[in-house]
Structure formats: C-alpha cells, structure tokens
Design a protein around this ligand. Structure first.
Ligand SMILES: Cc1cc2nc3c(=O)[nH]c(=O)nc-3n(C[C@H](O)[C@H](O)[C@H](O)COP(=O)(O)O)c2cc1C
Length: 535
C-alpha cells in the first residue's frame, strides 16, 4: 500500500472505528504530527509544575515483598572479554537479583539544593522511566514460582500471582510494559516515541547484564493480548482509577543449550494493587492511545536476513570490569567541545553497533534496519563531515539511491562499512537540528539514527515500535562502549525531524531519522552530589 495515499485517504473527522481499521495511516499521521519543526514543537503541555510530577516508581501494594540482595554477585568479566562465551551462572535468586541490578535498578541518586532524584542502569528520556519490569520464575533457586513485579526503588520483587500452569523445564522470563503517561506528562504527543526508545535501551541493558551471567535473552513472538494476560495487565479491575500499563514484550532468559518455551498464560491467584502515579493529570493526549492501538502486534519474527558482521578489532586496552561500566554509566549533560576521540576508540564504538559487535545483537532477530548517519566533529585522523554506517549489505544501494545525489560515498575505513558522504564542519548544523542543544555540537560525534521506514510500516504498523527499539538499542551499545573507553554518551530525543531529512536530501518517507545520539568527553556538573543507589 502507498503510505501517502493511506494518509491522504484519512479524513481528520474519521471516527475511531475508521482509524482503527487503518493502522498504517494512523501511525504515519501520528509520526507527522509528533515531529518537532524548526518553527514549532510537537504539541506538549504548557509550563510544568515540577512539584506535581508523577511518582517515578510504581509499586504494588497489599502483597508480599521479596527483598533482593543489593550487592551484585562478583562478575570479574572485563570489557574486552564481553563478547566471549562463558559458562552459565545457575538460576538462583542472587543471580536474578544481579541481572535486575545491572539492567533496570537504581544505580545512583543525585542531589542539588535539597532536591534528590534517582537514576537507573538504563537512560530514559527526561529520566521519567516509563518502562515497568515483571519477572516470571519457575525453579529459580531461592524464589517461589510465580509472577512478580520488580520494584526498582527498593530493589525488591512484589508478588503478583502464582499457581500458573508451568512446564516441566526450569525457566525465567522477563516481561515489560510502559506507562505512557509518565512520558506524556512532560513531553505531550511525542512521548509515545520516547517510550519505545526507552524500551530499546532496556532490552539492550538486559542483554549486557545477561551476557555477564552467560544467559541469553530471547524475544518471544507473542502478541500484546498474550503479553497482557501473562503479566496481568488486562485485569481492568486492578487498574481501575490508576494509570494503565501498555503490554510491550516478553523475553525468555535462556541458559545455553536450553530452550525455554512460552511462560504460563493463566495464573491461579492474584494479589496486590498498583499505586497511582499522578493524582491530578493536567492534560490528555488521546493520540497516544490511538497510535498505541494502531501499532500493537507481535514481537519481531525470526525471518532470515543478511547482515554486515562486526570485524574483530583489537580490544580496549586497560579494560575495566563490565559491571563497573554498567553501574557508572551516566548521560553527559555537557561535553567539553575540545577532546579529540582516538581513532581506535571511534572504530571500536562503531563495531559495537554492527550485528555481532555487542551482546545485544543476538537478541535482535530482525535484519538491521536502522543505520547511523554520523556528524563527525573531533575524531583523530578523520576529516570532519557527514558519514554513514549502513548496517546491512542490502542497505547500501538503497541508501545510495535515496540520499542526496551528490554525496561522495567515499569508503572511510578498511574494515568497517563506513562511508564519508561529505567533508565539512558540521557543529552548527548538529546543534540546530538537535533542537539547538549544545551537546550535539560539543561532542566528538553525533549520530542521527536513520530508519528504513515506510516499507517496514506498510508490512505491519508494529514496525513503528520495533524500529524505535532498535534505535534505542543502538544508543545503548554506543553509550556503554563509550563509557568503557572513558567517554560518555547522551540520547537526544529532541530533534527537528524534517530538518534532518532536508540535510540528507530525503524527499519522501522511505527513510526517517528517529533518534539522535551524541558521544563526547563529559564535563560533570560540580554542583550535583552523587549518593549511593541503596542504603
Ligand atoms: C530516548 C531518550 C531521549 C533523550 N533525549 C535527551 C535530549 O534530547 N537531551 C538531553 O540532554 N538528554 C536526553 N536524554 C538523556 C536523559 O535526560 C537521561 O538519560 C536521563 O536524565 C537520566 O540520566 P542518566 O542517563 O544519567 O541515568 C535522552 C535519553 C533517552 C533515553
């Protein structure tokens, strides 16, 4: 179906039934209206009342709590050994606690002038953390079989249900949902995109933590109804009067040589009541519910694909333990605008973005459909300018055809699929297209994540979510690789979509930029105090 025609065929007066019947048109219309433009931002709230922001933590009351060991188990894996095979750690409560601690827990509190706020193992747009984590345990040593909600504030599990129909095999599954309001509170209509990018970061964070334990996360190809039933998110009576949770995805956490099937879909007994996050929501953004509905579908399937594989580059010298990299990760709030990134660091960082280059890409069952376009400002031995890293063989001719005709396509690396498109100083451009944010210009380089767009969406509108997940995963791989080398990254969800497209010479929606990411030498804010994650 021609997507332009689909949007054109939809009238703004069409009722919900018509729009639900045309998910592609609705998704494209959402994408257009949630674009930031040079002359106006996507619809969002007016001035914010910071004292009235939603509670950053959901908890389940009136149930049993299981405290998890706060200290992660000792995992002496160095960053340089990250991609190596290792024996699987046994399925125990301490190892599960470590997985959660390194993927979704609080890693620090910051304080300034009496205000105090928590930060977690994965970044989140506006530090709002819309993603909720659930655990399904079957024969995990030290933990009763059942469904639990993970509570990051206290690093504990909250009992939700038990007595499900479980298989004979031991198993561990993680489930994820999003509370869209947490993002929409601050970002209005664009918030749905941020929830998807955040989920990509979470999936990547889980992959890194699991790799340390010798475990393999696998996306289960279940539809939203199954995810909701498994996690109890369809129990409307539980969510009466509080914010609903959007069912996102289930992951089986497998030990090598084992295949974990689907988790139970029917539970015997339920307990707990979810907390209310925002007693006085000031706005309502119906378009978020509409695009959520239009893009509901199964997780990406395991269709065959041809990938560019990451070359084996010399590992990071002076490598530090992966767990420390994860626990000290932070988003830079400012870069120094001077430091020049060594070429070897830049290359290792790009290799991590290629299939095979980081643990996350064994989780991602789809061919690579998001390709970083890189604005290089300060990288040793590389001319400033615009570069591209096509992440699949098939993408090269298609991108050449779609992007600006006079781009050079000059090979820029002997091993990586890196091409220079144009040599130019591009700091001002990077700042302008990134909603005038200095970090995009003061970085060593800033990526624009360019997604194959209209084709995947025309096949199934659920691709809108999956492309954002993939972009979030790319951001996460870049940020951890940077952190391991003494550099730092920051996601940039605020950018002027069509200004990017104009820069790249894109006149249609075959490709769309869906995320920016900047990497540079961070300048810390001395006014902030860092406090431990848990007492
Ligand atoms: C999807 C996404 C979009 C973001 N957009 C911006 C942005 O536009 N500008 C910015 O300075 N930081 C941005 N960030 C960084 C967050 O503000 C940061 O992750 C959050 O404050 C938590 O801090 P931490 O990453 O150090 O834990 C973004 C992060 C994510 C995941």
């Amino acid at each position: 179906m021609n997507a332009n025609a689909a949007v054109a065929g939809m009238d703004s007066s069409d009722g919900p039934a018509v729009r639900a019947a045309n998910p592609l048109a609705l998704t494209l219309a959402y994408h257009e209206r949630s674009k930031h433009r040079l002359d106006r931002y996507a619809a969002g709230p007016g001035p914010l009342d910071w004292d009235a922001q939603p509670d950053p933590f959901r908890c389940w009351n009136w149930t049993q709590y299981i405290n998890l060991p706060r200290q992660p188990v000792e995992l002496p894996v160095l960053w340089s050994e990250l991609n190596a095979e290792r024996p699987a750690a046994p399925l125990t409560l301490a190892n599960l606690a470590t997985l959660l601690r390194l993927a979704v827990a609080v890693t620090a509190w910051k304080s300034y002038e009496g205000a105090k706020w928590p930060l977690r193992a994965h970044p989140s747009s506006g530090n709002l953390h819309p993603t909720e984590t659930y655990v399904i345990a079957h024969w995990v040593d030290g933990l009763a079989d059942g469904l639990y909600h993970y509570q990051a504030r206290h690093h504990c599990l909250e009992w939700r249900a038990g007595e499900g129909v479980l298989s004979e095999q031991p198993g561990l599954w993680l489930g994820f949902s999003s509370i869209h309001w947490r993002e929409a509170w601050k970002y209005g209509e664009r918030a749905f995109r941020y929830c998807q990018l955040d989920l990509g970061h979470v999936l990547a964070a889980v992959s890194y933590a699991a790799a340390l334990l010798g475990w393999r996360p696998r996306l289960l190809a279940c539809g939203p109804a199954q995810v909701a039933a498994t996690l109890g998110l369809d129990r409307t009576e539980d969510f009466a009067g509080v914010e609903a949770e959007e069912p996102d995805v289930l992951l089986a956490i497998e030990l090598p040589g084992t295949a974990t099937g689907a988790p139970p879909q029917a539970w015997g007994e339920w307990s707990g009541a979810p907390s209310l996050l925002d007693p006085r929501p000031m706005y309502h953004w119906p378009v978020i519910d509409e695009v959520a509905e239009a893009t509901r579908g199964a997780a990406p399937d395991l269709s065959g694909f041809a990938q560019v594989s990451a070359p084996a580059l010399a590992p990071e010298p002076n490598s530090i333990p992966v767990a420390s990299v994860i626990l000290k990760r932070r988003s830079a709030q400012a870069f120094d605008g001077n430091s020049v990134m060594p070429h070897a660091v830049f290359r290792r960082l790009l290799a991590a973005l290629l299939p095979g280059g980081a643990p996350i890409w064994s989780l991602w069952p789809k061919s690579a459909r998001v390709h970083p376009v890189i604005l290089v400002h300060r990288v040793e031995g590389l001319a400033n300018g615009l570069y591209i890293l096509p992440r699949s063989d098939a993408a090269v001719p298609a991108l050449r055809q779609a992007l600006r005709a006079n781009f050079e396509w000059q090979p820029a690396d002997p091993e990586l699929p890196l091409f220079r498109l144009v040599a130019a100083r591009c700091g001002k451009t990077a700042r302008t297209v990134s909603c005038h944010q200095d970090i995009a210009a003061q970085s060593a380089f800033t990526c624009m994540m360019l997604a194959e767009f209209e084709g995947p969406l025309a096949e199934d509108a659920v691709a809108y979510r999956h492309l954002h997940w993939e972009a979030g995963m790319l951001g996460h791989a870049a940020t951890l690789a940077a952190e391991a080398a003494g550099w730092r990254g920051t996601g940039i969800g605020c950018f002027f979509d069509d200004a990017d497209h104009e820069l790249l010479g894109l006149a249609d929606r075959r490709y769309q930029v869906i995320y920016h990411y900047a990497i540079g030498m961070a300048v810390d804010d001395p006014r902030l105090t860092t406090l431990p994650a848990y007492d």
